[in-house]
Write a new protein. Structure first.
Length: 308
């Protein structure tokens, strides 16, 4: 009953990826016989000859990959180039890098050239004629929208934050089928609101969007000896771990929203008015806009592409 198991791609709601649990009312429940969750149905197979042979298409290793590449938007191509360069850049064996570049050359010369440049290697010529498939718009994410069910929304708060606004915000996030996680200088409670993450335990990668309701001063545990993310320096006015979360969400093209002291913090950081960065007078107003941005999965226009 581990919902995040092998080869599953569902977008789940709730916070418990296992059963039994006390967080999601014990869900998921095992489907019984009455629900016909799994039924064996006998099927008569037509008579045929069984041979040990591969179809002709088995020798086609590159046309589908080229179709995928040609169907991507420029910004998605940038992501693919970056991913290939990053992963191959960690490879110890030079021969494997060169072998993979020969494969990329048979997919697309631009992809091969850009990855080769990042690796500091020459780009080989394709060994096979390049396929000429018609691009499929269905393969690209850009320009489409998805439901927000199960998304995680981080909310940066402190003891001086607008707790009434945060309370309304949590209600709106839950109503949208998402999970709000309060990130505070300390654990426990802020008024009647539970804190799920602290600046020491939170990291931007677990949030699909970040909302900033405060400009928290360095917490008592913002010490390099206690938390390596805390940085150093006695002149800091904002907890450096909060700034790190904001900067990482920015680099990962996630939506960022703020109001009150949080909006002033984004203005000081130079991010106000940038693509996907929302400031407003109230938490509800900001979340309404951020929710629309989240439907696109990422703020694609934040970083212009250099490839066509």
């Amino acid at each position: 009953m581990l919902r995040d198991g092998f080869h599953q791609h569902a977008v789940h709601s709730g916070v418990a990826p296992y059963r039994p649990n006390s967080l999601d009312g014990g869900n998921p429940f095992v489907a019984g016989d009455a629900e016909n969750a799994f039924v064996d149905t006998p099927v008569e197979v037509a008579r045929a000859r069984k041979v040990r042979a591969n179809p002709v298409s088995f020798d086609d290793h590159f046309s589908q990959a080229r179709l995928f590449w040609l169907s991507m938007s420029p910004v998605e191509k940038e992501h693919i180039i970056r991913a290939y360069t990053f992963e191959l850049g960690k490879c110890y064996e030079q021969a494997i890098k060169e072998r993979q570049l020969r494969c990329l050359a048979n997919i697309d010369p631009v992809l091969c050239r850009e990855v080769a440049t990042g690796l500091g290697l020459p780009a080989p010529e394709p060994a096979l004629p390049l396929a000429d498939p018609a691009p499929s718009p269905a393969l690209s994410q850009v320009g489409k929208e998805w439901p927000g069910d199960g998304r995680m929304v981080g909310i940066v708060v402190d003891d001086g934050a607008d707790l009434d606004g945060v309370r309304d915000l949590r209600r709106d996030v839950f109503a949208a089928g998402m999970v709000p996680l309060l990130i505070a200088p300390h654990g426990g409670m802020l008024g009647d609101l539970p804190v799920q993450r602290t600046f020491a335990t939170a990291r931007s990668i677990e949030f699909d969007a970040l909302l900033v309701a405060a400009a928290p001063a360095p917490a008592p545990d913002a010490l390099p000896a206690r938390d390596a993310k805390a940085g150093a320096g006695d002149s800091l006015t904002v907890d450096p771990r909060v700034m790190l979360m904001i900067e990482e969400c920015w680099r990962h093209a996630k939506a960022i929203g703020a109001w009150g002291a949080g909006a002033k913090l984004l203005a000081q950081s130079g991010l106000s008015g940038a693509p996907g960065v929302v400031s407003g007078d109230s938490a509800t107003e900001v979340f309404t806009t951020v929710q629309r941005l989240m439907a696109a999965h990422r703020v694609w226009e934040r970083f212009p592409a250099s490839v066509a």
